[in-house]
Design a protein around this ligand. Structure first.
Ligand code: HAM
Length: 437
């Protein structure tokens, strides 16, 4: 094998790939700012302990962890949530609430290779701290929708599926399950879409088993796809906490409908999320037509900041990944065309003309125009060919005759028209020519 290859699941970003990634980041950043979120960043390497037990078994098994030269157990970050909780927890008293933060960063998980899953990927994370009410969910789900609509995707391309771990726990408790059994069942529900009924094998084999009629109830609960269905199933086990929770559901759905986003959101009790820290509403965004894995996922995690040793602070957030989003945009033909053209290409007669041109080139560049020129002295013909191939709109021609007359020739490479301008007016003339009619 010649040379080296990147590690499995890691990507090189050649300029065209890089510009596609920048397009994603630009749309996400714009959307977050429009929703009043502030940007932060954090270390890629964290103490291993930040993830053990708090994120859940699945992520724990995928950590890129090792011992550093000082004997510390460390890990590359697999997600942002524990880190942002640490940052917010450490300054919780001083930060103005609600705290609305976002970040765009790279994460590392030792996953098995599959479509849409890599070992190094980027996420846009957005989280709200200090708001216990469903207004925070409305704000975040609206942001998530904008983060996808910003690319030109519509309600026909993706949907956000909303579910609720609280209601799951209330329901399972009403069915007589204890907390440990309920957690086992929720992780089976999480695997159900992938594995079907086999997901419940471990629960059925656990002490106490899983009676067929209870399994049927769990299965029909996970198939709930509307609020009226949810209300109907919960009616027989009505309690104060269940009716307060259903009020929150109505608020979230009404808030999103008032924003004109109702059609993007569906009820889906089959979503419970694999991460261990979620406490209430959870949601995921999916491609409506294809077989892509989740585009985004998130939910409430009101206990995590306290579990990390800080004060109690309600929190909710989500992350979108760049891999599945990129695939979806490609499938829908929404990937921007890659353009790497200068604004201006300078054609240079010889060493004296080159010397004269360099000062103008620097000035044009300082003014923000993208200017290219040949590094070596070449025949005019070759330079004009290079100018045309570069995709530049204008060629600036510095020939011996022009230099003697104190002018520069500006050629419009689209319509081939030419005119001469005095040397000292090059910057102004280029600005006029490139600013359009
Ligand atoms: P997550 O569901 O693990 O949640 O990841 C969110 C998104 O990141 C996924 O929907 C997917 O698009 C992308 N993603 C995850 N793993 C990979 C991978 N191996 N390769 C490519 N893309 C991947 C979280 O990470 C939570 N921390 C989100 C959150 C923020 N919850 C609250 N705040």
């Amino acid at each position: 094998m010649a040379g080296f290859q990147s590690l499995p699941g890691f990507r090189d970003f050649y300029p065209e790939d890089f510009s596609r990634r920048q397009h994603l980041f630009r749309v996400w950043r714009q959307s977050a700012r429009a929703h009043g979120f502030e940007e932060y960043d954090a270390p890629v390497l964290e103490p291993l302990e930040l993830y053990t037990t708090k994120s859940g078994d699945e992520i724990e098994g995928q950590l890129f962890s090792f011992q550093d030269k000082g004997g510390r157990n460390v890990s590359l970050r697999p997600e942002m949530t524990p880190t942002v909780c640490r940052m917010v927890g450490a300054r919780a008293g001083a930060l103005k609430r609600p705290i609305k933060w976002f970040s765009i960063a790279e994460f590392y998980r030792y996953e098995r290779a599959q479509k849409g899953r890599l070992r190094a990927f980027n996420q846009f994370n957005a989280d709200i701290f200090g708001e216990a009410g469903p207004e925070a969910e409305i704000e975040l789900i609206a942001l998530l929708i904008q983060c996808l609509c910003g690319f030109g995707l519509t309600k026909d391309d993706f949907s956000v599926r909303l579910s609720d771990r609280d209601l799951w726990f209330f329901y399972l408790e009403a069915l007589g399950f204890n907390d440990a059994q309920a957690r086992g069942l929720l992780s089976a529900v999480d695997r159900y879409e992938k594995m079907g009924e086999d997901a419940f094998k471990a629960c059925a084999e656990a002490p106490g088993g899983l009676a067929p009629e209870l399994k049927d109830k769990v299965l029909s609960f996970l198939k709930i796809r509307s609020l009226p269905e949810l209300e109907a199933v919960l009616a027989p086990c009505a309690s104060e906490k269940i009716s307060a929770r259903l009020d929150d559901w109505r608020k979230v759905l009404a808030g999103l409908a008032a924003m004109g986003l109702g059609e993007f959101v569906g009820v889906d009790l089959g979503v419970v999320r694999g991460l261990a820290y979620y406490t209430g509403f959870v949601f995921e965004a999916f491609d409506r037509k294809g077989d892509l894995r989740a585009l985004a996922g998130g939910g409430r995690y009101n206990d995590l900041i306290r579990k990390l040793g800080y004060s109690d602070l309600p929190a909710v957030g989500f992350a979108i990944g760049d891999v599945t989003t990129g695939l979806l945009l490609e499938q829908r033909g929404l990937t921007p065309v890659y353009v790497s053209a200068p604004d201006v290409y300078a054609v240079l007669g010889g060493p004296a003309e080159r010397a004269a041109a360099l000062g103008d080139i620097r000035q044009l560049r300082a003014a923000g125009w993208r200017v290219d020129y040949p590094f070596k002295d070449l025949a005019f013909g070759k330079q004009f060919k290079a100018a045309a191939e570069s995709g530049a709109k204008l060629a600036l021609i510095y020939g011996g005759d022009e230099l003697a007359k104190g002018v520069v020739k500006i050629r419009d490479l689209t319509d081939r028209s030419e005119r001469e301008v005095p040397r000292h007016q090059v910057l102004a003339s280029v600005r006029t020519a490139l600013s359009g009619p």
